[in-house]
Each structure stands twice: as C-alpha cells, then as structure tokens.
Design a protein around this ligand. Structure first.
Ligand code: GUN
Length: 297
C-alpha cells in the first residue's frame, strides 16, 4: 500500500496567516481599527515562554498590536485577576490570552471566566463553550479550530458528512470542543479516552482520528483503519537513546503513515495552525467588538 498524504500544517498556517494580514490591512484602511492581542504569562515555564514569544512575533507579523505581560510565579490570584480586569477595560485590546497552566495559588477557572467573553480568543470561557455547543456565534478554541480547517481542506464538506470520527482525549481545550466542531460538519462523533474499553477497537472504526491524549505515540499503526485521516494534536518531548530529545505526537507516526490515507506530522502539523487560529480569532473578536463585518481576505 502507498504511504499516506502528509498534511502540511506549516504551509497551511502560512496561508491562513497571509489571509489574516490582508484582513488586518483592510480593517486599518477602511475603519482605522488595529486588532490587538494581549498575552499574560505567569511564571517561568520554558515551553510556555517559547509559545508566548512565538505568539507575539506572529501577531506583529500580521500587522496587529501585541501586548505581553509577564508576572512572577509568586503572583497572587488577585494580581492576575486585576491584570485581566485592566485588559478587559482597555479598548486597544481585542483579545486576551492567559497562558495555561497557571501556578497553583491562582484559580484557573475563575481567571478564565473573568475574561470578557467577547475578548476570550482562547474560547475557554463558559459562555463561549455554551455558545459553541448550542450552535451560536462563539469564540472557538484555537487548536480544534485548526484541526477542523485541515480536515475541511483535506476531505471537503462531502468527505466529512456522515464520517465516523473518533477523538482520543476529553480535555476542555481540545477533545470536547473538537467534538462540537465535528458535529457541525455532520460527523458521527465518539469521544474516547485513556479509560475507554477496547480503545484500539474503537479507534479502528474511525474514518477520522483526532489524537489529543498527551501520551507519546500511544495510538499505534494497527489501530488505524486503512485510508483514515489522522490528526495528531500531541506534542511530547521524549528522550532518545543518545540522551538527546525529540518531539513526537500521540500517534506512532512511522507505523500510522503506512496505513492512514492522510496524517499530520509532529512537528509541522497541528502546532503551527493553533497560532494561526489565534490570529484569526483576534480579528474576529476585533470586528465583533466594533460591529463591523469581517473583511474578505
Ligand atoms: N497552554 C497550552 N495550550 C494553550 C492554549 O491553547 N491556550 C492557553 N491559554 N494556554 C495554553
């Protein structure tokens, strides 16, 4: 059997970001609006620092304003809350992202729900999750939105309609919102997880697999139905025999690529699309806050 098509998230993300940059230019020219994104990083987690730097850079490259706030890992709940309230009130800021995880003295749920839903570009506020699950206009979490865009591009609307989709992972950030988006595209959706009975058997039914469990290479090649489309959300750093590290997904790529019809690589698959979707959400948020139609790219 021939190997799977590799879905190039990096190239697709570049296209999405170019589209965002065009929309930003039109918003500036036609309405004098410059979308602004504020990112709050509490603590020194190295992976979070890398993400935040990369978010700031792509925001500026798209022509938007980037505001970055770093707080020490000793910051109190009240201090983080005060920062969110300040950003809620700042008209230059259309999107607010508080990088997770937060230190243990900060109540993550309360902070997320303190962000104005209209500025919640992560789509984690309970108002946005409710709006998404009832089919109302919502801010949609970036990672599942990126996965949906890649699936639509690869399979088309007809390829998704009626397909069996199995999501492995039930997180609020990926698994649950992904299920809503796949339902909107008329898939038959199962959310499986690490405690699902006969997980390999359940995944084997899937025409579409979205792996988001955070366990390195857990989904094996013989779990994949021949020809299935596999979206790998995992980003796990593992140590190799020579002591160096490498990034792997939640899917054993080398096995799955021999069976799947199409698959996203790690790195270069879902990851770049997540940041591109954050920019998309910031433009959407800015347009809604100003009551203007979103420009065509
Ligand atoms: N930490 C890991 N992924 C994310 C994300 O998508 N948003 C936020 N705010 N924090 C994260």
């Amino acid at each position: 059997m021939s190997e799977a098509t590799i879905i190039d998230g990096k190239a697709f993300a570049l296209k999405v970001r170019e589209g965002v940059a065009k929309k930003v230019a039109k918003l500036k020219a036609d309405h004098g609006i410059t979308p602004g994104l504020a990112v709050v990083l509490v603590g020194e987690d190295p992976a979070s620092q890398v993400y935040v730097r990369s978010k700031g850079k792509s925001t500026v490259e798209a022509g938007m304003e980037s505001f970055e706030f770093r707080m020490p890992d000793t910051a109190s709940h009240e201090e983080v809350l005060a920062k969110v309230e300040e950003l809620n009130a700042d008209p230059r800021v259309h999107g607010i992202l508080v990088q997770l995880p937060l230190p243990k003295q900060v109540n993550e749920e309360a902070i997320i729900n303190a962000i104005l839903p209209a500025k919640d570009v992560d789509g984690f506020h309970v108002i946005n999750t409710g709006r998404l699950s009832t089919g109302q206009d919502a801010m949609v979490p970036c990672t599942p939105l990126g996965c949906q865009m890649m699936l639509r591009e690869h399979l088309g609307a007809e390829g998704m309609k009626g397909a069996e989709a199995v999501i492995v992972g039930r997180s609020n950030i990926v698994g649950k919102p992904m299920a809503q988006l796949l339902l909107q595209d008329h898939c038959t959706v199962t959310i499986a997880h690490s405690r699902t009975a006969d997980l390999p058997g359940v995944v084997r039914r899937a025409d579409i697999v979205v792996a988001a469990v955070g366990r390195p290479e857990m989904v094996r090649g013989d779990w994949i139905k021949p020809g299935a489309t596999v979206i790998d959300v995992g980003i796990n750093r593992i140590e190799k025999e020579d002591g160096k590290t490498r990034l792997v997904g939640d899917v054993c790529f080398d096995e799955a690529v021999k069976v799947a019809g199409a698959i996203t690589p790690v790195p270069g698959g879902v990851g770049p699309m997540t940041i591109a979707c954050l920019l998309v959400n910031t433009v959407t948020a800015a347009c809604r806050q100003h009551g203007v139609a979103e420009p065509e790219a």
